[in-house]
Design a binder for this molecule. Structure first.
Ligand code: NDP
Length: 279
C-alpha cells in the first residue's frame, strides 16, 4: 500500500503537536501515512486546500484562523459541523467530494468523561468565550443532558448570536458581570486569554464545591486558568492537551477507519512536557 498524505493548515502553525500525534497514531496502528504542518493564512486557504487535494492529499486538519473557512469549503457536512459553523477535519471521499466534520467537541467530551471520569448529567456548565472553539464544543456538551450551559463573553453580541443559532432551552448567555452570585460544576475556558497569562474577570465563588475546571488551551506549563482552578480547590483542573489528542484520534478514525488508543499518546506528551495535565 502506498503512503497517503495528510496535513494540518493554520497560522501560526510551527508549534503544532498534530504531526507528532498523528505520527504516533500511525505507528501504533501500523498505518502508512505522511502528515505535515503547513503555514496557511486565511486569504491563502482555498488555493492551498485545492492544491493539497489535487496533489492526492486525503485529509486535512484546520486550526486557527481557518475553521470557518473550512466549514465553507466542505461540500458535505456532519450534523455537528453544520451546527457549529466550524470545521477542523476535512476528508476526501471516494467520489471526490470533500467531507467536513468538527471533532473538537467529541474530543473534549472524551477527555472529560472517558479519561477523567467527569459526568456531565444534570451539571451546571459555564463556557468562557464565544469564538470558534465554543461553537465546536456546544452540540456534544448539550447531548450529555446537563442542567444548563451558560456562555459568558466579553463581547455579549457574539454569545447572543450563538445562543440564537443553537436555540436550546438549556442555553443562555451573559457578560462577565452577569455571572455574579452564580455557581457552576464545570467551567470551560474557551477564551484565548489564558496562554497569554490573562483571564476574564471571574469571581471567587464561581466554582461550586467539588466542581471542575477545563482550559482548552495548553502549554508546557500550567495555564493561568488551570492555576485559577487549583487555587479554588477544583476537584480537577485540566488543560486541553487531552482534548487535542482526542480530537486528533477522531479525525484519524474518520480518515483511516481505525481508532488509535489515546492513553499512551497522552501519557507520552505529558512526560515530554514534564507536567501532568491533571492537577
Ligand atoms: P477565537 O479567537 O475564535 O475566540 C477567542 C475568544 O476569547 C473570544 O470569545 C474572545 O472574546 C475571548 N478573549 C480573548 N482574549 C480575552 C481576554 N483578554 N479577556 C476575555 N476574553 C478574551 O478562538 P477559538 O475559539 O478558536 O480558541 C479559543 C481557545 O481554545 C484557544 O486558546 C485555542 O488554542 C483553544 N483550542 C484548543 C483546542 C484543543 O484541542 N485543546 C481546540 C480548539 C481550540 P471577544 O469575543 O470579546 O473578543
Amino acid at each position: 500500500t502506498k503512503t497517503e498524505h495528510y496535513a494540518v493548515f493554520g497560522h501560526p502553525i510551527s508549534h503544532s503537536k498534530s504531526p507528532r500525534i498523528h505520527g504516533l497514531f500511525a505507528e501504533q496502528t501500523r498505518q502508512r501515512i505522511y502528515y505535515a504542518a503547513q503555514d496557511v493564512a486565511a486569504d491563502a486557504f482555498k488555493a492551498a486546500a485545492d492544491a493539497f487535494f489535487a496533489d492526492g492529499g486525503k485529509g486535512l486538519n484546520c486550526t486557527v484562523p481557518l475553521k470557518e473557512l473550512a466549514w465553507q469549503y466542505a461540500g458535505r457536512l456532519s450534523e455537528r459541523a453544520r451546527k457549529s459553523k466550524a470545521v477542523n477535519t476535512l476528508a476526501l471521499q471516494a467520489d471526490g467530494g470533500i467531507w467536513g466534520d468538527n471533532t473538537d467537541g467529541i474530543g473534549l467530551l472524551n477527555d472529560l468523561t472517558l479519561n477523567h471520569g467527569i459526568n456531565l448529567l444534570d451539571s451546571r456548565i459555564l463556557i468562557l468565550g464565544a469564538g470558534g472553539a465554543t461553537r465546536g464544543i456546544l452540540a456534544p456538551l448539550l447531548e450529555q443532558h446537563p442542567a444548563c450551559i451558560a456562555i459568558a463573553n466579553r463581547t455579549l453580541e457574539k454569545a447572543e448570536t450563538i445562543v440564537n443559532e443553537f436555540a436550546d432551552a438549556k442555553l443562555s448567555c451573559c457578560d462577565y458581570a452577569g455571572l455574579a452570585g452564580r455557581q457552576f460544576d464545570l467551567i470551560v475556558n474557551a477564551t484565548s486569554a489564558s496562554l497569554g497569562g490573562q483571564l476574564p474577570p471571574l469571581t471567587d465563588d464561581l466554582l461550586a464545591a467539588s466542581g471542575c475546571c477545563y482550559d482548552l488551551a495548553y502549554g508546557n506549563q500550567a495555564t493561568t486558568f488551570v492555576r485559577w482552578g487549583m487555587a479554588r480547590h477544583a476537584r480537577k483542573s485540566l488543560d486541553g492537551l487531552g482534548m487535542l489528542v482526542e480530537q486528533a484520534a477522531e479525525a484519524f478514525a474518520l480518515w483511516r477507519g481505525i481508532r488509535p488508543d489515546t492513553a499512551p499518546v497522552i501519557a507520552l506528551l505529558n512526560r515530554e512536557r514534564q507536567i501532568p495535565n491533571s492537577f
